[in-house]
Design a protein around this ligand. Structure first.
Ligand code: ADP
Ligand code: MG
Length: 696
């Protein structure tokens, strides 16, 4: 989308080849760095600075450091053989040193450093044979040329074939086109933080005048990071406003059906569940549309909260839908919630991609007539031919499998229902704000009583036989177990083979008491395998990560995870959360291929230490960085270029407040700051959000 982009930004969105030193070939290389326009280049900050400030001599420069000195050329010593280096003795303000050149024609070296003349040389210093020397200096310049050598030379992250000089020339060229842009940040914040304006910040980034420019919290970097966060939060705030403005209808339940379902439960809801149910009911009853996130660690009992919300919509005379990310989960919800719906006198309909032909038509008719009060299913629920008579509420389970965009699509469905999304991904606050900044949040911070801790152990893959023997004893003692083989994204083929091979091997021990489930299986086989495990005929379930989210088989008490080091921590936590749900003491065996790297060790150790999903998430963030924790693509989290969700965590909350506040004072973004904000959204390519201003 480029229509509507402010003219002032045109130079920053021109072809990269319009920059100095950038031809087609170089542009191709830049693409590998995700740099396709001058703007991207400005947002591609140096990762290192080399101090090239002049000094009189090498005194005090430790070996391995870069020095820049003015020297007089005293003597050339050509190498005796072609392989031997060419040495140049030079004098500085103290006693002098030697420049060493390999593989350069002697005539070239002599032309570059004429006897008796002065040159500025810059490069890494070392000591050889008690003599100080500079091997292959980075720069040999005349005094006139030296004026162009920056005191702090930026070194950029690069890719093979793309030299530093090309990048910095291109960056400076982009900088020279950078316009002065109006300020979009709240003026009080700018002055409190001593932040430079946008252009000056870019200048400081690419023409650094001190080491400070590299610190993530230096004013310039901080400001640019904030720009990114602000654009993101502004987009979320616009989405949120649009949702709220979309006339919601108050959905006021009578409480009758919910009470009947709760009475059929074998347990009492936890305090946290009651609170979440109340918060959601209040949201649904309000004029505005609900856009709420229910966050709760695995096993915290989110399904029950969803049930109450679904039933209130029916009580109010409307329809409700529950969407799960996988077929298995959708079916499980249907089965698990079935008796409770029955107690309330509601007959839910299950709709998935598997429904075809007359069966599907029948279901669609029930949905369209309103006869189906509650509809459960996969994303097939929201395909174009599904028409609800009166959809009041959409609940989306395991939201982290869906992105922000999908969420927005769903909320535009039909008469724009209230939306409740549920996630078990316990994410640190900064990430929560990044991914869910447009939503209100309910948290289940209390687990149902009686949960026993899961004993977690690390086992090297060399001890496979012991593990199998242990499992056999456990199965003979009546226990059930999951056995997970990792999903390798690039090659699910080999991953599949791994699961299939393991299944065959375990069959030799367990016969038909072991079963297999994976994503590529025909649906009917998948159901059969899950049913056999849930029903207890199968005692061991070999699986790829399809069981990662939501599966609930309370009798299973052992979790074996092969190649645990290949999983993300949050994922391992989710997998482990499949056990420890019943009466029996549970265990989780994390198998790994030795040797285990330091980070991998540290990560697995955290799992042994705690079952607190939030702590695990914080540690994971610390060890791996934000994108990996959620899986950037899945989370809908943008790829920030300068902002770092860990380093700039506090700024995310500030950006959220700032964005929401601006929208209350200038809802159409037409005031002076509002217009500047539009420019920011264009600059950060969050301009899609601007369209919401119109649809809203
Ligand atoms: P999740 O939040 O991971 O989706 P579930 O909703 O699947 O968790 O609940 C996990 C298990 O805890 C289920 O077996 C459910 O029946 C049980 N459960 C839920 N709420 C309670 C409660 N208040 N007391 C006891 N058990 C509960
Ligand atoms: Mg769940």
């Amino acid at each position: 989308m480029t229509r509507g982009r402010p003219e002032i930004l045109f130079p920053l969105f021109a072809e990269l080849t319009t920059l100095d030193k950038v031809g087609e070939k170089t542009a191709k290389l830049f693409e590998k760095l995700h740099v396709t326009r001058p703007r991207d280049l400005l947002m591609h900050p140096p990762s290192r600075l080399v101090d090239r400030r002049m000094r009189p001599d090498l005194n005090g420069v430790p070996d391995g450091e870069v020095a820049t000195v003015k020297v007089t050329v005293a003597e050339h010593r050509r190498g005796r053989t072609r392989a031997a280096p060419h040495r140049v003795v030079v004098e500085d303000a103290a006693q002098g040193f030697t420049l060493v050149f390999f593989r350069l024609p002697p005539a070239r070296v002599e032309a570059m450093l004429p006897l008796g003349e002065t040159r500025i040389v810059s490069g890494k210093v070392e000591t050889w044979n008690h003599m100080r020397q500079m091997v292959q200096p980075d720069h040999v310049l005349t005094e006139a040329e030296a004026g162009e050598l920056p005191e702090f030379e930026p070194i950029y992250p690069t890719t093979e074939g793309l030299g530093q000089r090309t990048i910095s020339a291109a960056a400076l060229s982009a900088l020279s086109r950078a316009p002065d842009l109006p300020e979009w940040i709240e003026p009080g914040l700018v002055s409190a933080k001593l932040w430079p304006g946008w252009r000056n910040a870019m200048e400081a980034l690419h023409r650094p005048v001190s080491d400070d420019a590299l610190r993530p919290r230096s004013p310039a970097r901080e400001r640019i990071a904030y720009d990114e966060l602000l654009a993101h939060q502004m987009a979320l705030a616009l989405a949120r406003e649009t949702q709220r403005k979309g006339k919601g209808r108050p959905t006021v339940g009578t409480g009758r059906l919910v009470a009947r379902a709760l009475a059929a439960l074998p347990f009492e809801p936890t305090g946290a569940q009651r609170r979440a149910i109340r918060e959601i009911a209040a949201d649904m009853a309000a004029e505005e549309r609900m856009n709420r996130l229910l966050q709760g660690d695995v096993g915290s009992g989110k399904t029950l909260v969803a049930l109450a919300a679904l039933l209130s919509a029916v009580e109010a005379g409307g329809q409700a839908a529950l969407m799960a990310p996988t077929e298995i989960l959708a079916r499980q919800h249907m089965e698990g919630l079935g008796p409770l719906f029955a107690a309330a006198g509601v007959v839910p309909v299950l709709l998935t991609g598997r429904d075809k032909g007359p069966g599907r038509r029948e279901k669609l008719a029930a949905i369209a007539s309103g006869e189906a009060g509650v509809v459960m299913g996969t994303h097939a629920l929201f395909s174009a031919d599904v028409d609800f008579a009166d959809l009041r509420l959409a609940v989306i389970d395991e939201q982290h499998r869906f992105g922000v965009r999908q969420r927005m699509e769903i909320s535009q469905k039909g008469r724009r229902p209230d939306v409740l999304v549920m996630t078990a991904t316990p994410i640190p606050r900064s990430l929560a704000l990044a991914s869910y900044g447009d939503m209100d949040v309910s948290i289940l911070d209390e687990k149902p009583p009686g949960r026993k801790p899961v004993e977690t152990v690390l086992v090297s893959s060399g001890r496979l036989e012991e593990v199998v023997a242990h499992l056999r004893r456990a199965v003979e003692a009546g226990r059930q177990a999951y056995w997970v083989c990792p999903m390798v994204e690039e090659s699910f083929e080999s991953d599949l083979t791994a699961a299939e091979a393991r299944h065959r091997e375990l069959q030799a021990v367990f016969g038909d008491r072991v079963t297999l489930v994976h994503g590529q299986m025909p649906p009917s086989e998948k159901d059969a395998a899950m049913a056999a495990f849930t029903g207890g005929e199968a005692r061991v379930l070999v699986a790829t990560t399809v069981i990662e989210v939501g599966v609930n088989v309370p009798d299973a008490s052992i979790m074996v995870i092969e190649h645990a080091d290949r999983f993300g921590l949050a994922q391992l936590h989710q997998l482990r959360g499949r056990v420890g749900r019943g009466e029996a003491a549970s265990s989780c065996l994390l198998m790994y291929d030795p040797p285990l790297g330091e980070t991998a060790q540290a990560r697995l150790k955290i799992l042994r230490e705690t079952e607190d999903g939030f702590r695990i998430a914080e540690e994971d963030l610390r060890l791996r960085g934000a994108g990996d924790v959620l899986g950037t693509r899945q989370s809908g989290l943008p790829d920030f270029r300068v902002a770092d969700l860990e380093m700039h965590a506090d700024l995310m909350a500030v950006a959220q407040d700032d964005a929401r506040l601006l929208l209350t004072t200038d809802p159409t973004l037409e005031g002076e700051r509002g217009r500047a904000m539009r420019t920011l959204l264009w600059l950060m390519e969050a301009d899609e959000a601007l369209r919401l201003l119109k649809v809203g």
